[in-house]
Design a protein around this ligand. Structure first.
Ligand code: TRP
Length: 461
């Protein structure tokens, strides 16, 4: 029999888990990354592929990740070792946990810099910087921030301190109460923004752009676009690095993994679609470029806020809620390594959080410098920040996802997964098992190989 509790603490109920996991999933990935990535690949066709990835790859892998975490009840590294040994398999499966730690460091280091932008924009909105601003003015305002290394460093530092503070306080006490009102509030404000966009912007154009798939637009970049849609699904659902695994390890044994997963994935997807419906009407109404990249949200929304009565207030509130969304995601990126430091190095939670947070903070400095002083140093045409983003979402997370799916689908016996999922051998279980054994790993592997140009090298493409 496996353990029924974690030494790190437990969620007090099912709702707390849903909110924490949704808090991890819903973040900058939905409101910042999704719209601009969809914009870069031309809209509808990308969105359709994204939704397919969430359904056929994301949901089964999220179920698998929660299952593994709850079965092992430790940090991803130790969970994988324990579960592998229990099946008489090599403890090298713990490498999955190590890869997750690496991915978590890389993601949080650039994530914190972007979260810093949202912090800066709270202050700007509240200070009335958006009032009457036009497209050019908004673009200049954004460039003024990313070009200023010292300012970026200050905001990045504040965000990392916020993350360390919460993680240092432990699983249940601080976080659980915070997510309970932050998540509904974010949702409500996003609705306000959608309504506003519909009234003042070009909603029709936005809906056509997002939901009318034009596969011609993917053109010669189809492989790259599909890879990015899949990477976005992993990133947005927080899959493939152990964040959802460790959150699952704090979930009580009687909660249904399938029901919770579907709710979390739905929430995450709805927020991403709403973000698109809030942003693109403004983009089209103001003649902005949907494919303008990472600045998209920070350039479009201020224009809307600047025209709105009470825009300083709503703008400040919106970016503040974006800060909270990023915050509840940031802590989930730190938690796996902190749990490992506590388990294996005997550190106190506080010491572990400070140490891990400090390491991420240092790495983040390289990310923020790549936006200004180091903008000349690139690899494959990307600076450090873009490179970390690309490599983690499009390579490390999908690789982690394959390993999770293979372990849950092929290494763990049918009986174990049925017991942990609390499912009988019915239709639901069979669909999950089929997806996690065949569909997810094969689809992810094909997309990865194709993007790396390897299918062609093997004469298959
Ligand atoms: N899902 C979050 C977002 O969309 C980011 C995130 C949090 C994440 N934890 C993660 C991404 C773990 C990958 C892995 O903003």
């Amino acid at each position: 029999m496996s353990a029924t509790t974690s030494i790190h603490g437990m969620w007090s109920n099912r709702l707390a888990f849903i909110l924490a996991a949704a808090g991890s999933a819903v973040g900058l990935g939905n409101v910042w990354r999704f719209p601009y990535t969809a914009g870069e690949y031309g809209g509808g066709a990308f969105v359709l592929v994204y939704l397919l990835c969430v359904a056929a790859i994301g949901i089964p892998i999220m179920m698998a990740e929660i299952l593994l975490g709850r079965r092992g009840r430790q940090s991803p590294i130790n969970t994988m070792r324990t579960l592998a040994l229990a099946e008489g398999k090599t403890p090298a499966w713990s490498l999955l946990g190590w890869m997750g730690i690496l991915a978590g460091f890389m993601i949080l280091s650039f994530y914190s810099v972007i979260a810093g932008w949202t912090l800066a924009y709270v202050v700007r909105a509240a200070g009335g910087a958006f009032t009457g601003i036009d497209a050019a003015g908004s673009q200049a305002l954004f460039a003024g921030l990313t070009g200023d290394g010292e300012r970026l460093l200050a905001w990045h530092t504040i965000f990392m301190v916020l993350c360390v503070l919460v993680v240092a306080r432990g699983v249940a006490s601080g976080l659980e109460k915070a997510v309970k009102w932050m998540m509904p509030a974010l949702f409500l404000l996003l609705l306000v923004m959608v309504v506003y966009g519909a009234q003042t912007g070009d909603l029709g154009a936005a809906v056509r752009y997002l939901f009318e798939p034009d596969f011609g637009k993917l053109g010669s970049h189809a492989g790259e676009a599909i890879l990015s849609a899949m990477g976005q699904a992993f990133f947005s659902l927080s899959l493939g690095m152990g964040a959802i695994m460790i959150y699952g390890s704090y979930l009580k044994s009687d909660a249904s993994i399938m029901h919770n997963t579907v709710i979390i994935a739905l929430l995450d997807t709805v927020v991403a679609m709403f973000a698109g419906l809030a942003i693109f009407p403004i983009v089209f109404a103001h003649g902005l470029e949907p494919g303008s990249g990472p600045g998209l949200v920070f350039i479009t929304l201020p224009i809307a806020f600047g025209e709105m009565p009470g825009g300083g207030f709503f703008g400040g509130l919106f970016f503040l809620l974006l800060v909270f969304a990023a915050w509840t995601s940031g802590i989930s990126l730190l938690e796996p390594v902190v749990a490992w430091l506590v388990e294996n190095r005997g550190f106190s939670r506080v010491r572990a959080a400070v140490l891990a947070g400090g390491a991420v903070w240092l790495l983040g400095i390289a990310c923020l410098l790549s936006l200004n002083r180091w903008s000349g140093y690139t690899l494959f045409g990307k600076g450090v920040l873009d490179l970390f983003d690309y490599v983690t979402a499009n390579i490390l997370l999908p690789l982690g996802g394959i390993l999770i799916a293979v372990f849950a689908g092929w290494v763990l016996p049918r009986r174990v997964t049925q017991e942990e999922l609390g499912m009988r051998d019915g239709v639901g279980y069979r669909i999950w098992r089929f997806l996690v054994r065949y569909v997810s790993p094969v689809a992810v592997a094909l997309v990865l190989l194709n993007a790396l140009g390897l299918l062609r090298a093997f004469g298959l493409g």
